[in-house]
Design a binder for this molecule. Sequence first.
Ligand code: NAP
Ligand code: FE
Length: 369
Amino acid sequence: MKFTFQIPTKVYFEKNCITNHLEIFTYCGSRAAIVTGKHSAKASGALDDVTNVLKNAGIAYEVYDSVENNPSIETVEDITEKVKAFKANFIIGIGGGSPIDASKAIAVLAANEMHAADLFKNDFTKALPIVAIPITSGTGSEVTPYSVLLRKDMETKVSFGNSLTYPAYALLDPGYTVSMNDKTTVSTLIDAFTHVMEGYLAKRSTIFSTMMSLEGMKTFAECIPGLKSKKYDYNFREKAAYVSLMGGLVIAQTGVTLPHGLGYCYTYFHQIPHGIANGLFVREYLKRCETTVKEKVDVVLKLLGENSVDSFGDTLEQLIGKPPKLDQEQIEQYAKLSLLQAGSISNTPFELSEEDIARVWEKQNDHAE
Ligand code: NAP
Ligand code: FE
């Protein structure tokens, strides 16, 4: 047996955890930069809870609410300038994965004299402490070191992160996810599912990550009736937040695999949300996995209560629809860009040549609208 396990983030998972744990903000610093998106932090109630706690604790703060979905390096550079001018000594990221990932980049850029493009070298040695407050149930970014940023110069998304970019604290209150609309609820939960599933099948899976993957897939299965009926009661929200947390804990150890690597093209060129983009590859992915790790795919299907990959593929199609039809030029372009995701490809539990990747993209058209 051989494994490593690292999770330096202290996690609080409870209703009202922000107001219940005022002290953690005072441990982090005296000047807070709140990094978030345009609407959701307000709509969810999380921003009000945070600012009330900061006022009570006498912590100065500024709110930067310009993080877009799939944050770009230009956005994080722009916010960093303001964070430096304010002399913030810690960052609070409130949001889905986009604001939390942006927080990690800003935490590094604000602590170092460097350009955003150099983040991807991963050789920085300082970062401001981060408090992560997830309000989607999807990325698990609150417990991972990864920050995924959009690189317009490369026409794809690229991630960075090292042990310094784990948030110091993760405050999960499933109540903040209630304001998500149907599409974001589905997309983010499918993302969380792909994390636990991909981590389970990944070459880098460990005995520890497997434990959390199994728990995550079992709990995701309990969410499927709610996803189908669109009845999102508190019990559903709590379970979804738990799957998302499991997903983050898993991929922090294992990394992601093919669906994540290829899904970026659907997001970049077709504006398909991250979770749906990954989900669209799951049917073909599991079929390919059956050729090398069939016993593991059987476990996935059993946990999901499905009797074949195609029956699960049909369940997913009912929830997220079909992939867009691509022409030959797009297939060739996406296959080429997919090769940039070398980490995800090498972690996939079957061998993939350049031609194989092009074939995966062609195969997607068999299921297209
Ligand atoms: P997101 O991009 O952060 O947010 C999607 C949309 O949902 C936004 O319009 C957002 O509004 C809205 N929203 C979020 N929470 C809401 C709430 N509680 N109520 C109402 N609306 C809400 O979505 P995400 O799927 O969580 O994050 C996706 C990003 O994370 C991608 O860039 C992906 O690549 C990355 N990712 C990171 C990791 C990691 O380990 N770091 C893992 C997987 C994916 P606002 O515009 O107002 O914010
Ligand atoms: Fe993801």
